[in-house]
Design a protein around this ligand. Structure first.
Ligand code: F6R
Ligand code: ZN
Length: 190
């Protein structure tokens, strides 16, 4: 396929995980994300104290959203909890059945995936681990550690993102900390 898009080198600092140039970035704060957490009261309480912490942010190198291109970038999830639930991304399905790769760079976390048919998988995401999200699997990442969880991602640029299903029901499982122990339990709201 011919393309007007020109080849380019993107600089990626392996100590700070800063990418240059990046063409899009987003910070997601608790206020944007509150209804995705199970403990709505805990979220409201944090926000009522005038705090609106950043839960995660991502920077990506954006290419045309057409077949053949890839989009890649870096996501950082800050350490923290809302009630017992760890900080996490919203999570989504790709509109077009498309796979995605996650490479753990620093910190400790997990990759929660599920199909629309109800199959669920929970995998560790840490440095030197590559998570493969197969086509059709909804995915969310969770920071289960005490430091930032940083990972690199790459997916086909024409994938599209569907947040509605997750917004409505969440994932079948939630990841919580109880007495210092990480637990994956059934989501009471699912
Ligand atoms: C892209 C992808 C990641 C996430 C990012 C934030 O398909 O899976 O880049 O988008 O980690 O998560 P969401 O998009 O669920 O807010
Ligand atoms: Zn994705």
């Amino acid at each position: 396929m011919t393309s007007n898009f020109k080849p380019e080198i993107v600089k990626f600092d392996l100590k700070t995980y800063v990418m240059q140039p990046f063409k899009m970035g987003r910070q997601v704060k608790l206020g944007d994300l509150k209804e995705y957490f199970n403990d709505l009261e805990a979220a409201a309480q944090i926000l009522s104290k005038g705090k609106n912490p950043i839960v995660y942010e991502y920077y990506q190198y954006t290419t045309p959203e057409i077949e053949g291109h890839l989009t890649f970038g870096v996501t950082t999830i800050y350490p923290g909890n809302v009630g017992k639930e760890y900080y996490m991304t919203r999570g989504h399905y790709h509109k077009k059945d498309a796979a995605e790769i996650y490479l753990g760079l620093s910190g400790k976390g997990s990759l929660l995936m599920q199909t629309k048919e109800g199959e669920v998988t929970y995998l560790d995401l840490k440095p030197s681990s590559i998570g493969y999200v197969p086509p059709g699997w909804g995915h969310r990442t969770i920071n289960t550690g005490i430091e930032k969880l940083v990972f690199y991602f790459v997916y086909p640029s024409d994938s599209g993102h569907d947040y509605e299903l997750v917004k409505e029901k969440g994932f079948a499982k939630i990841v919580i900390e109880e007495n210092g122990v990480t637990k994956v339990i059934d989501n009471p709201r699912f």
